[in-house]
Design a protein. Structure first.
Length: 140
């Protein structure tokens, strides 16, 4: 899949690198402006995979983020399994994390583009995600 113009294709490690030193999460987008990709990625750490209890960023489930001129975020995401029945739960959490809060949220709305290529694998998990999984008893 080729990212759209202006999209930021990321893997778990790049997501963390993009937010380092960025503005605090939860900051509303500038009036009439677009939310920063790093702020969106940081806010997505509040979205937790219901089965594993680890956030979707550290699990490597966020593949890319694009914000259009109307300040609507499109998230390219995957799941650990294409058969996962929890897409609605994750989408609701993402909408809550990105569209609500002080000043009305980071973005006006979200869209999730569920993608299956490249397939998710343990190599997508960040170091922080691995530490969290180990603390839960997983061998990663």
């Amino acid at each position: 899949m080729t990212p759209e113009a202006g999209a930021v294709a990321t893997d778990g490690a790049a997501v963390n690198g993009a937010v380092a030193g960025g503005p605090a999460a939860g900051a509303a987008a500038p009036a009439g402006g677009k939310a920063a990709i790093g702020d969106i990625e940081e806010a997505m750490k509040d979205v937790v995979d219901p089965e594993l209890g680890i956030n979707v960023v550290d699990l490597g489930l966020v593949y890319g983020v694009h914000v259009d001129d109307d300040n609507v975020a499109t998230l390219d995401m995957t799941l650990t399994s294409a058969a996962c029945p929890l897409t609605d739960v994750i989408e609701d959490q993402a909408r809550q994390a990105l569209t609500t809060g002080p000043g009305g949220g980071l973005v006006n709305d979200i869209r999730i583009n569920w993608v299956w290529l490249p397939p998710w694998g343990p190599d997508k998990i960040t170091d922080e995600g691995r530490d969290q999984l180990r603390s839960l008893g997983f061998n990663v």
